[in-house]
Design a protein around this ligand. Sequence first.
Ligand SMILES: Nc1ncnc2c1ncn2[C@@H]1O[C@H](COP(=O)(O)OP(=O)(O)OP(=O)(O)O)[C@@H](O)[C@H]1O
Ligand SMILES: [Mg+2]
Length: 307
Amino acid sequence: MTAQTQRPDLLIVGSVAFDTIETPFGNAEKALGGSATFAAIAASYFALPRIVAVVGEDFGAGSRHLFEERGVDLSGLQTIPGGKTFHWKGRYHQNMKDRDTLETRLNVFAGFDPELAVDLKKAPYVFLGNIGPSLQAKVLDQVEDARLIGLDTMNLWISEAAKDLEQVLRRVDVLFLNDEEAFQLTGEPLVLNASRKILAMGPKFVVIKRGEYGALLFGETLCLFVPAVPLGNVVDPTGAGDAFAGGFMGSMAAAGAVNRSTLSRALRVGTTMASFACESFSVNALSRLDPEKIDGRIAFLESMSAV
Ligand SMILES: Nc1ncnc2c1ncn2[C@@H]1O[C@H](COP(=O)(O)OP(=O)(O)OP(=O)(O)O)[C@@H](O)[C@H]1O
Ligand SMILES: [Mg+2]
């Protein structure tokens, strides 16, 4: 079942941002973005996302409303008086995959110091979005009795904060990264060998994403593959990785158990939510779904297998 009347709490820590995006086919100006945003909206169809992040005074009622409509808890969203929200500006190449960062203004995010309220510390499911590994560790220091902890990272932290990343990886259950990042982290070009090295670093499971070629999940005795949804119109792939992780973690929270069947369902849900993220700028498509649309696409993914 996709819709839950009593959704389990999923703590999501990450960035809430405004993104200005240029693609060969269109532009978006200061659209709602950030790792916590995409993850929370994707997860909201399965779990109760509770965001911990920081924004400035320019974060208006319209943006807040978008989260509230999806039932996302914003009690942990700090607003800095007089401050400005994190702003990222990027340009996609013709292949709609490679991109250049044109501008990164951290603004209030530069002083982000996540302090969890008592009720947030007790969240049974935790997703550490793509932020510095020392901040991710600071969140884990405050979390009590989490049943499943997911962590997303990227090339920047692998090269600039390797030691901190290594330490926080010992404390998480699921690591999300793409194949280039897996290679960068381990020095292993083959995903199977990279996954072995990553599992030896601490995580029980690693999800290695390969863009339009799908994703793999490895555990000690587990290897699962999911294809990507073939898309006829990729408007903006920003946030696909975050939506994948949010959908995956939301699905695991809704399932309440960790086994082959719940992990493979979470892979399908993550892939499905990532595909919706690609079909519009910002969370425009992702925030306007319903259980029928989501289930329809999951069923399509299942029907694709020729095995
Ligand atoms: N062109 C595409 N068509 C269909 N699905 C896609 C496409 N690009 C990405 N996805 C989906 O999004 C998922 C995550 O994308 P990707 O592999 O690019 O991760 P990532 O590099 O971590 O992304 P991000 O840059 O958002 O962090 C993929 O596993 C896939 O399901
Ligand atoms: Mg990523």
